[in-house]
Design a protein around this ligand. Structure first.
Ligand code: TPP
Ligand code: MG
Length: 336
């Protein structure tokens, strides 16, 4: 695990730091609430929490501009919140209600937002990687200057389709950032047990793709790397790979026996590397905020999450007729 971390006087404004604190905290509290609702039987099916990985998506999104696209796996709630999707709509989708982003018919892994250019939510490991390159192909074709953030895990990074995608993305200079969220485990399989070439980003070299490794527990480091990757893509230089070293605190999904790592390992990461605590310390030590001001933000976030949870319980279940809608496209898709 990389230990580089921004500890001294980072060149970042108070507003930016507060923004990252807020955005990461929203994801964490939202996920904690989702975990509770799952435990209460209000959320059915699969549910993969993002707790611990918040700095990855918040740092990446810090370099995104309006119109840029994002696509990810099933561990997707954080990505939705970070790109500005409504917490109420996300939580109501988790509880399978009408007010959810997929009208309660998609659940945790299948939500989309045309408005926020969020293309899912994909349950098949690695499937979103070629789709992400496809989105970037469309942008290149339309010459609209957009980039696509394509997220996938360390487990997915061993799949063949990832390398076929690398080859084509580089061949066609597609504006796609491949973000490998290396949280060190694929379900219960550690990276060390799945590959002997642990530097996942360096595999892009076989195709001539530039990239780098980033400390994913440091939102400022992720943001800086994201800016570099975005500039590379927007300048027409083709794809870029960011391997973001991170860690998930919770199980793979809500039904994880957690036998493949020790409690101490998790505890150590939480205590020594937590990304939210890092920004909290930067805010306090830089005298950008007082404990009381941070408490007020905590309360604000708690209220947003509670409101989302209330909405997700009150919104009705989808009507029976909805079984027959949204199955086939009724009109040919137009250029986005
Ligand atoms: C093609 C395919 N194979 C297997 C699975 C079962 N599966 C779901 S998640 C997962 C592990 C993926 O790990 P990683 O890519 O590291 O992502 P993370 O869960 O750590 O975010 C597996 C094997 C699946 N969903 N799809
Ligand atoms: Mg993983």
């Amino acid at each position: 695990m990389a230990t580089r971390r921004t500890t001294k006087k980072p060149n970042v404004s108070k507003e930016e730091l507060l923004g990252y604190y807020r955005d990461m905290l929203l994801i964490r509290r939202f996920e904690e609430k989702a975990g509770q609702l799952y435990g209460m039987g209000l959320i059915g099916g699969f549910c993969h929490l993002y707790i611990g990985q918040e700095a990855v998506v918040v740092g990446l999104e810090a370099a995104a501009e309006e119109g840029d696209k994002r696509i990810t796996s099933y561990r997707d709630h954080g990505h939705m919140l970070a790109c500005g999707m409504d917490p109420k709509g996300v939580m109501a989708e988790l509880t399978g209600r009408e007010g959810g982003y997929s009208k309660g018919k998609g659940g945790s892994m299948h939500m989309f937002s045309k408005e926020k250019h969020f293309y899912g939510g994909h349950g098949i490991v690695g499937a979103q990687v070629p789709l992400g390159a496809g989105l970037a192909f469309a942008d290149k074709y339309l010459e609209n200057g957009r980039v696509t953030f394509t997220y996938f895990g360390d487990g997915a990074a061993n799949q063949g389709q990832v390398y076929e995608t690398y080859n084509m993305a580089q061949l066609w200079d597609l504006p796609v950032i491949f973000v490998i969220e290396n949280n060190q485990y694929a379900m219960g399989t550690s990276v060390a047990r799945s590959t002997k070439s642990p530097s996942l980003w360096e595999r892009g070299a076989a195709y001539g793709i530039a990239g780098e490794e980033v400390d994913g527990m440091d939102v400022l480091a992720v943001k800086a790397a994201s800016e570099k990757a975005v500039a590379h893509c927007r300048a027409g230089n083709g794809p870029y790979i960011l391997e973001v070293k991170t860690y998930r605190y919770r199980g793979h999904s809500m039904s994880d026996p957690a036998k493949y790592r020790t409690r101490e390992e998790v505890q150590k990461m939480r205590e020594e590397r937590d990304a939210i605590e890092h920004v909290r310390q930067l805010l306090l030590s830089g005298k950008h905020a007082t404990e009381d001001e941070l408490k007020a933000i905590d309360k604000e976030i708690k209220d947003i999450v509670n409101e989302a949870a209330e909405f997700s319980k009150e919104s009705p279940e989808p009507a029976l007729e909805e079984l027959w809608t949204d199955i086939y496209a009724e009109t040919a898709p137009q250029n986005a």
